[in-house]
Design a protein around this ligand. Structure first.
Ligand SMILES: Nc1ccn([C@@H]2O[C@H](COP(=O)(O)OP(=O)(O)OP(=O)(O)O)[C@@H](O)[C@H]2O)c(=O)n1
Ligand SMILES: C[C@](O)(CO)[C@H](O)COP(=O)(O)O
Length: 226
């Protein structure tokens, strides 16, 4: 079965701030995206890796690849104005029709290899596999009148990536008009009336979003190497 991974990194990193977008910031001296590409390559050196970047960053990325002597084969594709559009561009660039695709945020470099492997296994059997984790904190639901109510946290999950799919199904799913609820790929898939399969993600697989996440990322990397 052919496998692809679409790593989306077409965003601006507004919440992180700073002059360089978060996907290129170094952790352990190496850009975030290189760590993410390495995990997928370790899982399967034959995987077809698609990296979605703002087209205006291609030259920057080429320079980083040279500077870091980065040799993992990958194909760069221009992103869109939203994550949905970037994923769509990435999926279009996959050079085969039948197979599986893991869609993953480029800014989640701490995804575990076992999570990726399980996502491919489950997606092959069921059509989809969405990495999720349980909540550790209590949660409350806010209402417009300023009140809040207790919620039973066992009925909720935090959604991560990878979100892995049979390629023919996710290609069909992305042939729709973008809707506000499409914050991830699972929502696009289930818009077709198909149910998604959930798999356990890993707690360290955070989405690097705000400046304090970078210090935590350095810590996670040091733990990984120890
Ligand atoms: N037009 C976009 C927007 C987002 N992404 C990617 O989707 C992932 C999750 O998005 P998020 O963390 O929100 O990234 P940004 O949009 O870059 O961040 P911000 O919202 O703070 O600007 C990131 O890897 C981001 O690069 C993308 O490929 N194309
Ligand atoms: C896809 C995602 O990372 C799953 O948690 C998330 O939905 C992206 O949301 P963002 O607000 O665009 O970061």
């Amino acid at each position: 079965m052919e496998k692809a991974a679409v790593l989306v990194a077409g965003g601006k990193g507004t919440r992180m701030g700073g002059p360089i977008a978060k996907q290129y910031l170094p952790i352990g001296g190496k850009p975030v995206l290189m760590h993410t590409l390495e995990v997928f390559f370790k899982v399967d050196p034959d995987i077809h890796l698609i990296l979605v970047l703002p087209a205006s960053d291609f030259a920057l990325w080429d320079k980083l690849v040279l500077d870091h002597q980065f040799t993992i084969p990958h194909h760069c594709v221009g992103g869109g104005n939203s994550r949905f559009q970037s994923v769509k561009n990435g999926i279009k660039a996959i050079p085969f029709h039948e197979g599986l695709v893991a869609i993953h945020d480029g800014v989640r470099p701490f995804v575990r290899e076992e999570v990726i492997e399980e996502s491919f296994d489950v997606a092959q059997r069921t059509g989809s596999a969405i990495a999720v984790i349980s909540l550790k904190d209590s949660i409350r639901k806010l209402s417009d009148d300023g009140k809040s109510t207790y919620q039973e946290r066992q009925y909720f999950r935090l959604v991560q990536t990878p979100q892995t799919f049979q390629l023919s199904k996710i290609r069909q799913a992305f042939e729709v008009t973008e809707l506000p609820q499409f914050t991830d790929d699972a929502t696009v898939y289930e818009h077709q009336g198909w149910q998604v399969s959930l798999i356990p993600g890993n707690a360290e697989n955070l989405k690097l979003t705000t400046p304090e996440d970078m210090a935590y990322a350095e810590f996670l990397l040091s733990q990984k190497k120890a």
